[in-house]
Ligand binder design. Structure first.
Ligand SMILES: Cc1cc2nc3c(=O)[nH]c(=O)nc-3n(C[C@H](O)[C@H](O)[C@H](O)COP(=O)(O)OP(=O)(O)OC[C@H]3O[C@@H](n4cnc5c(N)ncnc54)[C@H](O)[C@@H]3O)c2cc1C
Length: 414
């Protein structure tokens, strides 16, 4: 019996397990997936928890609901990966493999910033963990006056649009609570503007202006003084806050570092096109674990899953892994007041305005605000739990297409 081992049964690993089980005969291939957490978290839902729109219960289901028939699930913590011996060690056992897929995700590391741990969950909050999102909810409800500073410590982070969504929603939330006039909202970011890509940065930055959200760019966080409620950047600039909502540095998992497989931020060097691990034989990587230069997002893990499975299957059949990932990512961006925007882009094409998924028709607006986009965002949870994680195919190809997009950069030049 040959063995396929999948590390991590979050978004990426779960989808790979379902797809590979359909491709590989059960009589020839044993598929095992290992995860330390019995609960599957719908992470995009964490954004809504601080505002009381979702509770944490809305964002979780047992992992066992999503483990495909014919796949072994091991509930255990992975402590070492030895690609030379093709053996993975967990707290309770050892697993050898012929091929392996790694999708262990990434995590926040507040300890990386001097002074952050001292104020953690006292006057510094996050929504990138279930506990963080839960703890932030009463804080948001009790905050009636002062400066709410939202800080991204450094890039990359998962779901790079989530900070913008948070500040747009905070504007809506405090307006609804009748206290917006007494609250300043600031987005303090290491980026040069509201977002990374020029066209989207302009559109999304203007939305910040319209909502009276101040954007402080080029602020690379150095330290936090939670006693005096001050953050400082590497140039010595200081900003004070009353409540700090923070995205601390995002790193790959500890086991990646302990196994000597990561870069400086514990992400696995991965071929941008084939998604094969660069320094390991018979190993593919997807989702937040990779160092590929696109967003760390569930949508990306979904598109990558198609490429990983096609290449893995090709290799098993004795062919070259010739399927290429183009960096495709898309994401709804909640903008408050029951509206949202949407971006769709890849390694080379930045988010552009237009219609999606049907060119000229939509129903979703790219880089435009609409109620339909917001419904799309809300619908996504159902699609995630009932289709994506259950291994059903969605009618989307992994490659991004230009049809329906208006290349405003080209239009400006012409
Ligand atoms: C607040 C927030 C909002 C988001 N919004 C969106 C959105 O709107 N759209 C979107 O597309 N994406 C969004 N994302 C990002 C998306 O959730 C992630 O990119 C996606 O889950 C990545 O999938 P993954 O498989 O790489 O990692 P994960 O889904 O995080 O899975 C990793 C798994 O590995 C397991 N694991 C890790 N280490 C070990 C170990 N040592 N031993 C055993 N198991 C281990 C974990 O338990 C986990 O189950 C959001 C994320 C956050 C935090």
């Amino acid at each position: 019996m040959k063995k396929l081992l999948i590390l991590g049964s979050g978004s990426g690993g779960t989808m790979v397990a379902a797809k590979m089980r359909k491709l590989l005969a059960e009589s020839e291939w044993d598929i095992t997936i290992i995860d330390r957490d019995p609960i599957h978290h719908y992470q995009p839902g964490w954004l809504f928890v601080p505002f009381g729109i979702y509770t944490m219960k809305d964002c979780v289901k047992p992992k066992s609901d999503f483990i495909p028939k014919g796949v072994n699930f091991v509930l255990d913590t992975i402590v070492n990966i030895d690609p030379a011996a093709k053996v993975v060690t967990t707290k309770q056992g050892k697993y050898d493999y012929d091929y392996m897929v790694i999708s262990t995700g990434c995590r926040i590391m507040p300890d990386e910033i001097e002074g952050m741990s001292e104020g953690w969950r006292k006057n510094i909050f996050d929504f990138y963990t279930p506990d963080g999102a839960k703890a932030l909810c009463p804080q948001m409800h009790n905050f009636k006056k002062g400066r709410m500073v939202f800080n991204i410590a450094e890039m990359p982070i998962k779901c790079p649009v989530a900070p913008l969504e948070f500040v747009y929603m905070a504007d809506w939330f405090f307006t609804k609570m009748g206290v917006r006039k007494d609250i300043e909202i600031e987005l303090v970011t290491p980026l040069t503007g509201a977002f990374t890509k020029a066209v989207a940065a302009e559109v999304l930055g203007k939305l910040c202006d319209d909502k009276n959200i101040k954007v402080v760019p080029n602020f690379v966080l150095d330290s936090v003084d939670s006693e005096n409620k001050v953050i400082s950047d590497v140039m010595g600039n200081e900003l004070d806050y009353d409540m700090l909502v923070s995205i601390p540095p995002n790193f790959g998992q500890q086991v990646i570092e302990d196994s000597g497989l990561g870069d400086a931020m514990m992400y696995i060097p991965t071929d941008n096109a084939t998604l094969k691990a660069e320094q390991m034989e018979n190993v593919y990587v997807l989702g937040d674990t990779t160092n590929v230069p696109t967003s760390k997002a569930g949508s990306v893990a979904h598109f990558e899953c198609d490429i990983v499975c096609a290449n893995l299957f090709a290799e098993i059949e004795g062919h070259e892994p010739h399927h290429h990932f183009d960096g495709h990512s898309n994401c709804f961006i909640v903008t408050g007041f029951d509206k949202a925007s949407l971006i769709d882009f890849n390694y080379t094409v930045e988010p552009l305005p237009g219609k999606f998924p049907l060119p000229g028709v939509g129903p979703f607006d790219l880089l435009g605000e609409s109620r339909m986009n917001y419904y799309g965002k809300l619908m996504f949870r159902w699609i995630y739990f009932n289709l994506m994680m259950k291994g059903h195919e969605l009618p989307f190809e992994p490659d991004m297409y230009m049809a329906g997009k208006l290349d405003v950069r080209k239009a400006k030049k012409d």
